[in-house]
Design a protein around this ligand. Structure first.
Ligand code: AMP
Length: 419
């Protein structure tokens, strides 16, 4: 038996209602904030991600699904959305047409991580990006959008952690301080950290290697190296969040170890999902456009992991449903009636009703049971008698009451079924 690939999942009909409900909430709230959807391909040139995410990251270093296509071009299944969105914006000169872009994206992402609860190899994200603004209002708007979505889907067991990575000058000073701190210990640290010491020491702080752990706690903290401009920017973001009544916890150890990340960094975490506690994160990335070959353009955005949101909702007993209500189940009692029944069903569907017929030629009793299982509000019964008289029996399931109606008077049937 061929099975699903490890780290991927089928989303079953019993689960898709919850997905559709979340997706509808994302769409609705993003539109309320003036965001528009941008859809990019599932795969890109590998170089986009190696440049856009960074060679020194786990994603690019170990987790990408990369292959050569028939033309020997190196292709990668996207591990995240931001780099693709920025590429699409540059390539289609969108920022030249509109100096402030608010874009959202939803879809599958691919990373070869070790699968566990809440960690998959094909997972789904909702992303929102604000491009073109270097003002703290954009940072605050991004965070407010994310919080509004979490609240709208009914989550309560989460926290917002917030930090500032400051401007480039601040991070340069911090980088030197980190190198100075780690240098005397580096002999006993992991190979990954040795490689990162000169190239990108901030990444050492994210290390999960046990041999690195003892040295991380006492490392200098980026916040202490922020200059006045950076502190001032951070204060303005915090002021806006306070004015908008968005609770947050300042977490000075929250970093994103890539050179083009700056100023605001944030993460939504939960205490309910064990080690996979990040449900979403984001930050400002003013250097990314240049990294990918575009004009300098500031940007800020975030991504939620949809599987983790659903796990957390389940944990809180708040899994959303969006079952379609079946208005009418049409029961045909003989061969000739089944064509008449299908025609009736089709005409009422064209009037907007949800109408189901039996495709198994089951007995009357079995069709009634199926109508019950589908929670149909009404049942239509057509047998030889009804067919010959141009009639149909309409049964109201809640009361058991039955009446005869004209088979082809769709207006009256529609009216009866809508009341
Ligand atoms: P990142 O792009 O790494 O900042 O991830 C953003 C969000 O996507 C995380 O907070 C998670 O909720 C989700 N996520 C990241 N990697 C995975 C994965 N392998 N499986 C499931 N969800 C993930």
């Amino acid at each position: 038996m061929i099975q699903v690939v490890r780290g991927t999942k089928d989303i079953l009909p019993s689960e898709t209602g919850a997905w559709q409900s979340l997706e509808a909430t994302f769409r609705r709230i993003a539109s309320q904030f003036g965001f528009q959807e941008l859809r990019t391909p599932l795969f890109e040139h590998t170089e986009l991600f190696s440049r856009g995410i960074g060679e020194m990251t786990d994603i690019v270093g170990k987790e990408m699904y990369t292959f050569l296509d028939q033309g020997q071009t190196s292709i990668t299944l996207r591990p995240e959305a931001t780099a693709s969105i920025v590429r699409a914006v540059i390539e289609n000169t969108l920022i030249e047409k509109n100096p402030l872009l608010r874009l959202w994206y939803m879809g599958a992402m691919f990373r070869q991580e070790r699968p566990q609860k809440g960690r998959l190899r094909q997972f789904h994200q909702f992303d929102a990006e604000i491009l073109g603004s270097a003002q703290p209002e954009a940072d605050a708007e991004s965070i407010v959008l994310a919080s509004t979505i979490l609240r709208a889907i009914g989550l309560s067991a989460f926290e917002l952690r917030l930090n500032s990575l400051g401007n480039a000058a601040s991070r340069l000073r911090y980088r030197e301080a980190l190198q100075e701190y780690f240098r005397p210990h580096i002999g006993g640290m992991s190979e990954d950290s040795k490689g990162r010491l000169e190239k990108n020491p901030l990444r050492i702080l994210d290390s999960k290697h046990p041999e690195d752990k003892p040295f991380l706690g006492d490392a200098p903290v980026l916040f202490d190296y922020l200059d006045d401009e950076s502190r001032n920017y951070f204060e303005r973001v915090q002021k806006l969040l306070t004015a908008l009544e968005i609770p947050y916890i300042a977490d000075y150890r929250l970093v994103r170890g890539l050179d083009y990340y700056c100023h605001t960094a944030f993460e939504f975490v939960t205490t309910r999902l064990g080690s996979q506690n990040a449900i979403g994160g984001g930050g400002r990335y003013d250097g990314l456009f240049e990294q990918i070959g575009g004009k300098p353009t500031p940007g800020i955005g975030f991504a939620f992991g949809i599987e983790r949101l659903l796990l957390l909702l389940e944990e809180e007993g708040k899994t959303p449903t969006s079952d379609t209500q079946c208005d009418l189940y049409v029961i045909a009692l003989d061969d000739d009636s089944s064509a008449v029944g299908m025609k009736l069903a089709q005409n009422l569907r064209l009037k907007g009703l949800v109408v189901v017929t039996d495709a198994l030629r089951r007995s009357f009793k079995a069709q009634m049971r199926d109508a019950d299982r589908m929670k149909a509000r009404f049942v239509a019964i057509i047998g030889e008698n009804e067919r010959l008289q141009g009639k149909v029996i309409i049964k109201t399931m809640a009361s058991g009451e039955q009446r005869e109606m004209a088979l082809e008077d769709y207006e009256s049937l529609q009216y009866a079924l809508n009341t």
